[in-house]
Structure formats: structure tokens, C-alpha cells
Design a protein around this ligand. Structure first.
Ligand code: HEM
Ligand SMILES: *[C@@H]1O[C@H](CO)[C@@H](O)[C@H](O)[C@H]1NC(C)=O
Ligand SMILES: *[C@@H]1O[C@H](CO)[C@@H](O)[C@H](O)[C@H]1NC(C)=O
Length: 321
């Protein structure tokens, strides 16, 4: 076959694969086997968020870190000396595992062996943002759980907060996500907490000649230095410093434009014409952020999913069957 012919065949095959993955995840997946399951997930999430709203961003992030490593297969939840949990981007940083275990126990009590941990992560992330008063989106279901979790893969596949625009685009591209998806999903950083550890280089050790990252608004940098003293790696600070109480909104984008976002990876989104275009779109009033975010979450939730007879339905989320 000539090269044009084989390119055609390849695109057709790719289309077929994408279509198959699409056909296998759907919102009513549990309608027959565990009709009350998804509502039970929402109920348990709601009760936890009522006690501690900061768990909402944590649950959303669990789903993201699951999907980017080995696909959305709940590999992030598996315990083990060299599992994803132990990798530096996750260890001491991911939160909400106890909430997932509680949800799983209650869903197992309802319908044993039916609802996967990977679907629980997808539902809990959505239900958590809804419970904190944020946006809602549909969650196609039918993922199954993997049996392998490797810290080395988490280190390789999770984006670093010190990344350049090009490396972020490449990192998301490897997962089938576009530049627009990158900018829209980064909008998650409108909620949640970060450790002062991540801020240390930007505030105190930017380069051999400049101590503080000049990309930071100077007033903002001064305020951050009060919250994160030199050498402090433990304190948790709000990702969106523009409000007293965390709310789901498009503030992130105005923070990025004003040099008031925490990470280099946030700031980098405006350092490229394609990136800044989406940042500015999201920053418009009324903002298309919520709709775009839901669409991008559905896309992210389909990365490398196990369906049909692949994988398993774990009985406990932290250990394979
Ligand atoms: C674009 C690349 C991204 C980078 C480099 C990045 C990096 C980070 C870092 C370093 C933290 C703070 C962790 C800590 O200090 O404990 C964080 C928090 C968070 N990230 Fe991202 N992130 C990215 C994209 C995303 C995406 C795509 C989502 C969700 C779809 C997301 C959701 C969150 C949330 C909700 C938090 C707060 C977690 C909490 O409060 O416990 N991030 N991120
Ligand atoms: C969120 O959206 C889903 C899918 O459209 C819907 O089934 C669900 O009832 C919504 N939840 C809330 C709390 O509005
Ligand atoms: C600051 O960064 C330099 C390299 O850029 C490194 O050698 C030095 O140890 C760092 N200092 C601190 C206090 O982290």
C-alpha cells in the first residue's frame, strides 16, 4: 500500500477505536445493575463536603491524577511500596483516599462487585464540585479497574508545576488532549490548596541573578512571601488568593493574566498565542468556562479506559482482587 493509503487506513482504524471507546462508556451504564449506585456516590460525597469543603478540589484532582497515569483505571488508588501514590507528585499531596474508601464500602453494600473504583473517582470528582456549589457535567460510566500501579509512570506522565508551555502541550497531547483542553482543565486551579514547597523556587530562588520570578505581580509576590516563608514547605495556601472562601468560578483566568497564579505552569498558559487566546476567552463575561470545563472533563475521563471484559471491578479500591 502507498503511504497515502496507509495513512487513510490508520485514520479509519483510529476513528474506529475512538468510536468504540465512546460507545462503551455511557451515563446510564449502571441503570440495570445498580440503579441507586451513582446517587449513593453523590450522597456520600455531599456528606463529606458538608464537613470539609476543601475535600472537593482534592477529589477532583484524584480523578485527574488517575486518568493521566495508565488511563482512568483507579491505578492511583492502589497501595504498594512502588505504586503511583508513592511518587513525589502524589505523595503527601493527594488527598481524599478515605472518602473514596467510604464511598466504595457503601456502594458495595448496595450492589456488591458492580461499580468500579475508576467510575467512583469520575463520579466523586464531579459530585464534589457540585457539592461545593460549582458546575455540573455528565459522567459517562463503564470503566473497569486496573491491577498495576507504578510510581515511575506517575513521575513520567504527571505534569510538573515548573513546566514550560511546550512541555505542558506535549504532556497533554500524549493523552489525546488539546491546547484548549489544557487551558480549560487548568481552570481547576480556581479552587484548592497547594503546599508552600511548590512556591519556594518562584519566591526565593528563581535564578542565580533574580530571586523572585518576575512573572509574579510584585504585590502578589510580597503577599505570598508572608504566607510562605523561605524554607517553609508544609503550609497549605489557597490556589486562588483573590477570595476569602473557595468558590468555583473563572477567577483563575484573570489571576493568570495579572501574574497572580501560583505556578509557572499556570503562568505559561499566557506565554503562547494559542494559549492566551483560550485564557482570554475563558476570562470573558459571561464566561464559557463551565460548559468548556464539563466537555473537557468528559474527554479526560475517557483516557485509556478499560471496558468490557478488560480489567476487574475491585472489591476494595486500595488493593486488586
Ligand atoms: C496543567 C498541568 C497541571 C499542573 C502542573 C498541576 C499541578 C498542581 C500542583 C503542584 C498542585 C498543588 C499540590 C500540592 O501542593 O499539594 C495542584 C493542585 C490541584 N490541581 Fe493541578 N495541575 C495541573 C492540572 C490540573 C488539572 C488538569 C486538574 C483537574 C482537572 C487539576 C486539579 C487540581 C486541583 C483541584 C488541585 C487542588 C488539590 C487540593 O486542594 O488538594 N490540576 N496542581
Ligand atoms: C448533573 O448533571 C447530570 C447529567 O446531566 C444529571 O444527571 C444530574 O442530575 C445533575 N446533578 C445535579 C445536582 O444537578
Ligand atoms: C537555589 O538554586 C540553585 C540552582 O539554581 C541551587 O544550587 C541552590 O541550592 C538553591 N538554593 C536553595 C536555598 O534552594
Amino acid at each position: 500500500m502507498n503511504s497515502t493509503g496507509s495513512k487513510w487506513l490508520l485514520s479509519l482504524l483510529l476513528l474506529a477505536v475512538v468510536a468504540a471507546a465512546d460507545a462503551q462508556l455511557y451515563e446510564s451504564f449502571y441503570a440495570a445493575k445498580c440503579p441507586q449506585g451513582p446517587a449513593k456516590v453523590a450522597e456520600v460525597v455531599k456528606s463529606w463536603i458538608a464537613k470539609d469543603r476543601t475535600l472537593a478540589p482534592a477529589l477532583l484532582r484524584l480523578h485527574f491524577h488517575d486518568c493521566f497515569v495508565r488511563g482512568c483505571d483507579a491505578s492511583v488508588l492502589l497501595n504498594g511500596a512502588t505504586s503511583e501514590k508513592e511518587a513525589p507528585p502524589n505523595k503527601g499531596s493527594l488527598r481524599g483516599f478515605n472518602v473514596i474508601d467510604d464511598i466504595k464500602a457503601k456502594v458495595e453494600a448496595l450492589c456488591p462487585g458492580v461499580i468500579s473504583c475508576s467510575d467512583i473517582l469520575a463520579l466523586a470528582g464531579r459530585d464534589a464540585i457540585v457539592a461545593m456549589g460549582g458546575t455540573n457535567w455528565s459522567v459517562p460510566l463503564g470503566r473497569r479497574d486496573g491491577v498495576l500501579s507504578l510510581a515511575s509512570e506517575a513521575n513520567a506522565d504527571l505534569p510538573s508545576p515548573f513546566s514550560t508551555f511546550a512541555s505542558l502541550v506535549s504532556n497533554f497531547g500524549k493523552k489525546g488532549l488539546s491546547t484548549s483542553d489544557l487551558v480549560v482543565l487548568s481552570g481547576s486551579h480556581t479552587v484548592g490548596l497547594a503546599h508552600c514547597a511548590v512556591m519556594q523556587p518562584r519566591l526565593y530562588n528563581f535564578s542565580s541573578t533574580v530571586k523572585t520570578d518576575p512573572a509574579l505581580d510584585p504585590t502578589f509576590a510580597t503577599a505570598l512571601k508572608k504566607l510562605c516563608k523561605q524554607g517553609d514547605v508544609a503550609t497549605l495556601i489557597k490556589m486562588d488568593q483573590s477570595k476569602a472562601v473557595d468558590t468555583w468560578d473563572p477567577n483563575y483566568y484573570s489571576n493568570v493574566l495579572r501574574g497572580r497564579s501560583l505556578f509557572t505552569s499556570d503562568d505559561q498558559l499566557k506565554r503562547n498565542p494559542a494559549g492566551v487566546k483560550v485564557v482570554q476567552q475563558m476570562n470573558k463575561a459571561p464566561s464559557p468556562f463551565n460548559k468548556a470545563f464539563g466537555d473537557a472533563m468528559v474527554k479526560m475521563g475517557k483516557i485509556g479506559v478499560l471496558t468490557g471484559t478488560n480489567g476487574q471491578i475491585r472489591k476494595k479500591c486500595f488493593v486488586k482482587n
